[in-house]
Design a binder for this molecule. Structure first.
Ligand code: 2AM
Length: 487
C-alpha cells in the first residue's frame, strides 16, 4: 500500500476553536492533520470536515501517528487550555518531533510562559511561536485576526498559511509577525484589555440612553444600527444592535432585560491592568472596565446596598433629570462621548504596548497592529484604520490623543462628552469608563497639574525632596517649622 501523503501542518486540541481553525486551514487548501487527547473529538472533526465540503483533513489518535503524518519541517498548532495543559501537550508531542520543527501555541497564554517555552523548545532544537488568535469561534472558522510572536524562522514556515487563513481586509490579511519572545501573546492580551474597555463604554452608553433617555429596546436597536453606519462602525456596535432585537421566549419584553447583571471574565483584562501598573502606564479606562466587572460580581451586596441607602433616604434623581431631557440631543451626545472615550482607551492600550516594546526590545509596529485588528477580531472597527494612519504618519506618536486628527475630533466632541458625563452624574448613573477617559484627557492635556502639592506633602512628611520650576536641583524645606514659626 502506498504511504498516505503527508499533511502541510498539524493542529492538536479540538475544542470548538481548534476544530474551526483546523477546518479553516483545510478549506484554504492546506492538508492538515488533527489530534486531540480525547479521541472522540478527532472523529467529530473528521465528520465536520466531511460534511463541510470534503476538506483535506486527516485524524490521528496518538501523538506519534499525528506528528509523523506531517511534512518536515513540521509546524504544529496547539489549542488547549492555557497553562499546564500546554506544557503537557508540548511534552507529549515534542517527544516525536525533530530539530527544525515548530510548535505554535494559539491559546490565550501568559506571555512569560511562552518565553519559558521558547527556551525549552530551543534546547531541543525546536522553534516556537506564541500566537494570539482573536475572533472567537466564528473568527477561527472564517477568518481570525492572528498575532504570532516568537521565532521569525517559524513564522516564515507558516506565513503562506496564516495569510490565507486570517481575515482579509482591503489592506491585506489580518496577520503580521509581531516580534520576538512572548510579544504575540502580550499584544493579544492588550487587545483583550481594549475589548474590555470598548464593552464597558458601550454598556455605559446603553445605561445612559435607557435610564436617562428613557429609550426602549426597539429604540436602542435603531440607535445602534444608526451608529454602525458612522464613525462607530464596528463589530461590537453591530452585535449590540442585534442584542436589543431579541425577544425573551420565556416571557414579555427583550431577552437582554432578563440577563443577570454579573459579568464573567477569563483573566486577560486583569493581566492588562496588572501590566499597566507594572510598567507605570496609566490605563484608567481599561482599569475602570475591570473594576466594573468586579463590582458586577457583587450582586447580593449591591442589592443589599441599594436597600440600605434607600432606607437612609437616597432618592433616584433619574426622574428629575429625565424630565428636562432633549432625547434627540442626548442620543447624539452619547455617540460623541462614546467615540471620544474610545480614543482615550485605545491611547492607553497602545501606550502600554509601547512601554512593553521598549522594555523587551520587541520593536512593535503600532500601525501594523491597528491594521491586523481591522478584521476578524472582536474589536474590529472602521476606527482602527484611523489609528493605523496616525502611526503611519508618526511612528513615534506620544499618544493617540495628540495625533492632529484625533486631537481635532476630541476637541469637537468634548462639549457633548462633558454633557453626557455631567448628566449621568446628576442622575446617579455611573459611567466610570467615560469618566476615566475624560479625566485621562483632562489630565494629559494640562501643562500644569496639582502634583506640585503632592510633592510638597511628600517633602513635608518624608523629606522626599522636590524640584522647582525655576531652578535646577533637588530641594528640601522645613515646611512645618516655617509654617508654624511665630513671627
Ligand atoms: P480533551 O478534549 O481531551 O479534554 C479545551 O479544553 C481543549 O484542551 C480540549 O481539546 C482538551 O482536550 C484540551 N486539553 C485540556 N487539558 C489538556 C491536557 N492536560 N492535555 C491535553 N489536552 C488538554
Amino acid at each position: 500500500m502506498e504511504a498516505a501523503a503527508l499533511s502541510r501542518i498539524g493542529l492538536a486540541g479540538l475544542a470548538v476553536m481548534g476544530q474551526n481553525l483546523a477546518l479553516n486551514i483545510a478549506e484554504k487548501g492546506y492538508p492538515i492533520s488533527v489530534y486531540n487527547r480525547t479521541t472522540s473529538k478527532v472523529d467529530e472533526t473528521l465528520d465536520r470536515a466531511h460534511t463541510e465540503g470534503q476538506l483535506p483533513l486527516t485524524g490521528h489518535y496518538t501523538p506519534r501517528d499525528f506528528i509523523l503524518s506531517i511534512q518536515k519541517p513540521r509546524s504544529v498548532i496547539i489549542l488547549v487550555k492555557a497553562g499546564a495543559p500546554v506544557d503537557q501537550t508540548i511534552s507529549a508531542l515534542s517527544a516525536h518531533m525533530e530539530p527544525g520543527d515548530t510548535i505554535i501555541d494559539g491559546g490565550n497564554e501568559w506571555y512569560e510562559n511562552t518565553e519559558r517555552r521558547i527556551i525549552e523548545a530551543n534546547e531541543k532544537g525546536l522553534l516556537y511561536l506564541g500566537m494570539g488568535v482573536s475572533g472567537g469561534e466564528e473568527g477561527a472558522r472564517n477568518g481570525p485576526s492572528l498575532m504570532p510572536g516568537g521565532s521569525f524562522e517559524a513564522y516564515n514556515n507558516i506565513k503562506d498559511i496564516v495569510e490565507k487563513v486570517a481575515a482579509q481586509v482591503e489592506d491585506g490579511p489580518c496577520v503580521t509577525y509581531i516580534g520576538e519572545g512572548g510579544s504575540g501573546n502580550f499584544v493579544k492580551m492588550v487587545h483583550n484589555g481594549i475589548e474590555y474597555g470598548d464593552m464597558q463604554l458601550i454598556s455605559e452608553a446603553y445605561d445612559v440612553l435607557k435610564n436617562v433617555g428613557g429609550c426602549s429596546n426597539d429604540e436602542l436597536a435603531e440607535i445602534f444600527d444608526e451608529w454602525n453606519k458612522g464613525e462607530l462602525e464596528s463589530f461590537l456596535i453591530e452585535i449590540t444592535a442585534d442584542i436589543f432585537k431579541v425577544k425573551d421566549e420565556h416571557g414579555e419584553g427583550g431577552l437582554v432585560d432578563k440577563i443577570l447583571d454579573k459579568t464573567g471574565m477569563k483573566g486577560t483584562g486583569k493581566w492588562t491592568v496588572q501590566q499597566a501598573a507594572e510598567l507605570s502606564v496609566a490605563a484608567p479606562t481599561i482599569a475602570a472596565s475591570l473594576d466594573c466587572r468586579f463590582l458586577s460580581g457583587l450582586k447580593d451586596e449591591r442589592e443589599a446596598a441599594a436597600k440600605v441607602l434607600e432606607d437612609a433616604g437616597l432618592k433616584e434623581d433619574i426622574g428629575t433629570v429625565r424630565k428636562g431631557i432633549d432625547k434627540k440631543r442626548l442620543i447624539d451626545d452619547v455617540r460623541q462621548a462614546l467615540y471620544a472615550s474610545k480614543i482615550c482607551s485605545y491611547a492607553q492600550g497602545m501606550n502600554l504596548l509601547r512601554a512593553k516594546s521598549v522594555e523587551k526590545d520587541w520593536n512593535l509596529n503600532f500601525g501594523e497592529l491597528a491594521r491586523i485588528w481591522k478584521g476578524g477580531c472582536i474589536i474590529r472597527a472602521v476606527f482602527l484604520d484611523r489609528i493605523k494612519k496616525a502611526y503611519q504618519r508618526n511612528p513615534n506618536l506620544a499618544s493617540l490623543v495628540v495625533d492632529p486628527d484625533f486631537a481635532k475630533e476630541m476637541v469637537q466632541r468634548q462639549g457633548a462628552w462633558r454633557r453626557v458625563v455631567g448628566t449621568a452624574i446628576a442622575a446617579g448613573i455611573s459611567t466610570p469608563g467615560m469618566c476615566a477617559s475624560l479625566a485621562y484627557f483632562d489630565t494629559y492635556r494640562r501643562a500644569r497639574l496639582p502634583a506640585n502639592l503632592v510633592q510638597a506633602q511628600r517633602d513635608l512628611f518624608g523629606a522626599h525632596t522636590y524640584e522647582r520650576i525655576d531652578r535646577e536641583g533637588a530641594f528640601h524645606t522645613e515646611w512645618t517649622k516655617l509654617a508654624r514659626k511665630k513671627n
